[in-house]
Design a protein around this ligand. Structure first.
Ligand SMILES: [Zn+2]
Ligand SMILES: [Zn+2]
Ligand SMILES: [Zn+2]
Length: 111
């Protein structure tokens, strides 16, 4: 009775033709509030933060972090949590952004 239309057994990654495992692993958050369900291979790539550089290298929307120069796929929902927009323009990866927040907090508490 269950139709295949509601949930696919295939990995959510359109570049990947693998079947998901019995217990699909969660990837990035979708706009619906659900999570992309990925096969084991893709989820480990995602968790290492290499999903975009593995599957989207030829896509447009890559920008560099203003601080460390790391490439971030800004035109992509997968990386939408991985950078912040800077006030003067440009972007900063989360690693650098977090560092800056910590610095600011320290300044506030120590004064
Ligand atoms: Zn996959
Ligand atoms: Zn991407
Ligand atoms: Zn950075």
């Amino acid at each position: 009775m269950s139709s295949a239309s509601s949930s696919s057994k295939l990995c959510y990654n359109s570049e990947c033709k693998e079947l998901k495992s019995e217990r699909p692993r969660k990837g990035w958050r979708l706009r619906t509030g659900d999570y992309a369900e990925l096969c084991d291979r893709c989820v480990s790539v995602y968790e290492e933060g290499r999903f975009c550089e593995t599957f989207h290298l030829n896509a447009t929307g890559w920008r560099c972090c203003e601080t460390c120069g790391k490439q971030v796929h800004c035109g992509c929902i997968v990386s939408s949590h991985a950078f912040t927009l800077l006030d003067p323009g440009g972007i900063e990866c989360m690693k650098c952004a977090r560092k800056n927040v910590l610095w600011k907090k320290e300044e506030v508490t120590s004064s």
